[in-house]
Design a binder for this molecule. Sequence first.
Ligand SMILES: C[S@@+](CC[C@H](N)C(=O)[O-])C[C@H]1O[C@@H](n2cnc3c(N)ncnc32)[C@H](O)[C@@H]1O
Length: 211
Amino acid sequence: MAEYPNVFQPTFEELKSGFSIQGKWKPEVFKNDNPLVVELGCGKGEYSVGLAKKYPEKNFLGIDVKGARMWKGASDAVHECISNVAFLRTRIEFIEYCFANSEVDEIWITFPDPQIKKKRAKNRLTHPVFLERYSNILQDKGLIHLKTDSQFLHGYTLGIIEGHQHHLEDAEHDIYNAVLQRDNMEIKTHYEQLFLEKNMPITYLRFRLKS
Ligand SMILES: C[S@@+](CC[C@H](N)C(=O)[O-])C[C@H]1O[C@@H](n2cnc3c(N)ncnc32)[C@H](O)[C@@H]1O
């Protein structure tokens, strides 16, 4: 992965001392000024790569702490010459070191661990502490999408959105059996495919953080 031009693996020390790409993802990495869409916990990166192919007019960045998983997406992108997708290996907790204020246009959170135990609540990727981090890097009224098999996390996040007066735009508890077709349903993540094989409903939320 160290040789891939589309993979960035800064150490925490590098991030803390001022990450050289912070604020420069669009001009320096993607060489354009197109919107930047970030996928949190991208795993093998199928979703970022799939979206990048579908939307060449946007930039996509998959973030995950596990290098062995993101290697798959990074390899596919290199071999298929997809230049509008890259990967950042880091912890989502460090996201504010990685991007400047308002540098990110959209966030996808795909099948995160729901962290059901109460004492793990702060590790949920839609906990208010995480949403605060996202609000610092997202442009004003930036979009957040959450796709999960977890009815628990779906309901928890709906409660957070309502309780904190964020703006809910769409909510569906079973997208593949819903009357209304959502965008991008043809692109599935690795975990999503596993859950669909078990006939588990996939939920979806789209919301904007309050200004
Ligand atoms: C259940 S997997 C889902 C992967 C992918 N989104 C999918 O749907 O196939 C959750 C992913 O989130 C990553 N992850 C969990 N907590 C993280 C954190 N704090 N920082 C970065 N990545 C994290 C894990 O390494 C894992 O790859």
